[in-house]
Ligand binder design. Structure first.
Ligand code: ATP
Length: 370
């Protein structure tokens, strides 16, 4: 059987684990990355993202599992034999070498000829739009430019995979957005298989083909941005995906045939959709995105009696295209709402939420992999 180019470059991460003494930083990590795919590893600080990336890069030996690229087992190889490009948060450029020499370094180490090196360095600098900065030292460049040099240095070796560890987190907000677009453009142009670590869900959603959400060293969910955004597998993922309204509640009636379940949270009696099996009397978490809480006008309220919540408007913040609103329910709970119009602070409003967008999760379920 012949191996296609796709299979040749598929990365298979199987049951990878890493312990530091008594701390389990990563456990049972399974993932297959297709050629050209952009994967984001996402999760809060300490969840094991960098450990996973460093295991892939070969900077950390595994304590369990294996990593293959195509039919080659790579976790037994030293980093330089894996043919992976790395981009770090700190740029990690050689301060005494010019931009072009920094980019050329990896090619020289691999014994590429002078003329070929010059051609490929020029091409890589053109790709990251730094052709006119080639003779400068890193210290003479802005943070964004330095990170572009680091990216050029990683891609110039034509690696099988590019690994990026929070590459934008040292940049200010505006530059971060610009560089995000730059990374997307580069990925589209070069089609390089990329594994990208971030704790910024917006960054991950906007860049990646698939996201891997980690928590306490365990994969919680793997899926496309849309899948994770719309259907988080557990409430920890929901929390991370911007479901800012996470209410502890009690199931007051079992789910019907459509998975609709009635729950009570203080004064609120709502119908939601059970993501995991739940039973009456059980403590659950209700997760609702701010954009799924709709501020009713006096006319529309009468038409939608299901899942209506009465609340007082406490804070209204203009966000450019819409408003971030904080309300307090009669039972004293704060809810976060996004609204395209601004309700007046101090007034009473009625909110509604569609039962399909009121997600009900088991309280203790924290490792649901899809
Ligand atoms: P951050 O976003 O803060 O960088 P992370 O998700 O990348 O966090 P890791 O750096 O992978 O998390 O760390 C995962 C866990 O392993 C943490 O509990 C951390 O304290 C622990 N850990 C990581 N490196 C070491 C080390 N060299 N020695 C001991 N414990 C470590």
């Amino acid at each position: 059987m012949t191996t296609s180019a796709e299979e040749f470059d598929t990365i298979r991460i199987e049951n990878v684990g890493r312990r530091f003494g008594g701390t389990t930083a990563l456990q049972g990590f399974d993932l297959t990355v297709q050629r050209g795919e952009f994967i984001a590893l996402l999760g809060p600080s300490g969840c094991g993202k960098s450990t996973a990336l460093n295991c892939l890069a070969g900077l950390l030996p595994l304590t369990d599992g294996s990593i293959h690229v195509g039919d080659q087992r790579v976790d037994v190889l030293p980093p330089e034999k894996r043919d992976f490009g790395m981009v770090f948060q700190s740029y990690a450029l050689f301060p005494h070498l010019t931009v072009e020499k920094n980019v050329a370094f990896g090619l020289q180490m691999r014994g590429v000829s002078r003329s070929e090196t010059a051609r490929r360095v020029a091409e890589a600098l053109r790709l990251v739009r730094l052709e006119d900065q080639a003779k400068k030292l890193p210290g003479q460049l802005s943070g964004g430019q330095q990170q572009r040099v680091a990216i050029a240095r990683a891609v110039v070796i034509e690696p099988r995979v590019v690994l990026m560890d929070e590459p934008l987190s040292n940049l200010d907000a505006k530059l971060r957005l610009e560089m995000r677009t730059e990374i997307r453009r580069l990925h589209q142009t070069l089609g390089l298989t990329t594994v990208y670590v971030t704790h910024d869900q917006e960054e991950a959603l906007s860049l990646a083909d698939r996201l891997v959400v980690l928590r306490a060293g365990r994969v919680q969910q793997i899926g496309t941005p849309q899948e994770l955004h719309d259907n988080p597998a557990n409430w920890h993922v929901a929390d991370f995906m911007g479901y800012r309204n996470l209410l502890e509640a009690t199931v007051s009636a079992d789910a019907d045939g459509q998975g609709r379940v009635r729950i009570r949270a203080d004064d609120l009696e709502l119908v939601g959709t059970a993501v995991n099996p739940t039973a009456a009397g059980e403590t659950v978490r209700l997760a609702v995105r701010p954009t799924d809480l709709v501020v009713q006008t006096s006319q529309s309220a009468a038409a939608s009696p299901v899942n209506t919540i009465a609340a007082d408007v406490e804070i209204v913040e203009y966000q450019g295209r819409d408003y971030a609103v904080e309300v307090r329910t009669t039972g004293g709970r704060t809810l976060h709402v996004r609204s395209d119009h601004a309700p007046e602070v101090g007034t009473k409003v009625l909110l509604t939420v569609d039962p399909s967008r009121a997600l009900v999760y088991q309280e203790d379920l924290d490792t649901a992999t899809t």
